[in-house]
Write a protein that binds this ligand. Structure first.
Ligand code: FES
Length: 103
């Protein structure tokens, strides 16, 4: 089972078991993290914004134009921001690390 490391807005880090085939958004929500995910993964909200550890940024699937457009609407955009409903966990992402944005 791939692991997902998450740092919350207080700076607390935890490592979660992530089921293969589920998105990072689903993994975070099922573990009680406050990721809204209003549109349930249809790239219409950007309420699933996370900041990916720079060491992992280039190892994720390429960002789509639609995801990029939605990311442009987030307040605290960073160079490694992604919408976590678009990141599907699997063995290739074992150890992925993300942080929750503060706003
Ligand atoms: S849940 Fe809406 S864009 Fe990710």
């Amino acid at each position: 089972m791939p692991k997902l490391t998450v740092t919350d807005t207080t700076g607390k880090t935890a490592t979660l078991d992530a089921r293969t085939g589920l998105s990072v958004m689903e993994t975070l929500r099922s573990n009680g993290y406050p990721v809204v995910g209003e549109c349930e993964g249809s790239l219409a909200c950007a309420t699933c914004h996370v900041i990916v550890d720079p060491a992992w940024a280039d190892r994720l699937p390429e960002i789509s134009e639609k995801e990029e457009d939605m990311l442009d609407t987030v307040f605290d955009l960073t160079a490694t921001s992604r919408l976590c409903c678009q990141i599907i966990m699997g063995d290739q992402l074992d150890g992925l690390a993300v942080s929750l944005p503060t706003t």
